[in-house]
Design a binder for this molecule. Structure first.
Ligand code: SF4
Ligand code: SF4
Length: 182
């Protein structure tokens, strides 16, 4: 579902001969690689994935869609996160909760589909700031390595926290937010 019209159509102009052979760009890339190879490693080297580089406290990684204290999904599919997202990475489809679903979703409206395109996301945290329901937070988790573009579109199966594996996001909440979250 398209929520804003901020996206721009990219130019479809014909590539020049030099652009089509790619060689100048390849040479530029090789020069940069060579420059770094000759410079050697000045900083500390981490043998990832065995050793992870320590991340700053403000580091923002994979999102989580939170549940409330009773395990119900907090998101009400209001769309504010999608509108705030500068990369237009978020899409959703809203649905109305039935009487039988009141233990699954916190409010009468919920996101039947909620997707974030991790290839578009710039991990700016605007979605987190825009959410009036404390439903979305960025965490210190990493986005998985995938082998095709489609797999980077994360749906609710990957975003909603597991009922038995809750993710502590209190470090990301302001004191005011901690008090106001119900
Ligand atoms: S972190 Fe930023 S770019 Fe990523 S989904 Fe949220 S608002 Fe969009
Ligand atoms: S995550 Fe928050 S801002 Fe986004 S649709 Fe759900 S309730 Fe609204």
């Amino acid at each position: 579902m398209k929520l804003t019209n901020r996206s721009k159509v990219v130019s479809n102009k014909e590539m020049t001969f030099m652009e089509r052979i790619y060689l100048p760009e390849i040479m530029k890339g090789m020069a940069i690689t060579l420059k770094h190879a000759l410079a050697g490693s000045k900083g500390k080297v981490y043998s990832y994935p065995e050793v992870e580089k320590p991340r700053a406290k403000v580091w923002r990684g994979l999102h989580v869609l939170k549940r409330d204290e009773e395990g119900r999904e907090r998101c009400t599919a209001c769309g504010l996160c999608a509108v705030a997202c500068p990369a237009e990475a978020i899409t959703m489809t809203a649905a109305e909760r039935t009487r039988e679903e009141k233990d699954l979703y916190r409010e009468e409206k919920y996101a039947a589909v909620y997707e974030i395109n991790m290839l578009r996301c710039i991990f700016c945290g605007m979605c987190e700031e825009a959410c009036p329901k404390s439903a979305i937070y960025l965490t210190d988790r990493l986005v998985d390595v995938e082998t095709n573009r489609g797999s980077f579109v994360y749906g609710k199966d990957k975003l909603v926290e597991k009922i038995n594996e809750r993710i502590d996001i209190t470090a990301r909440q302001s004191e005011l937010q901690k008090k106001s979250v119900k």
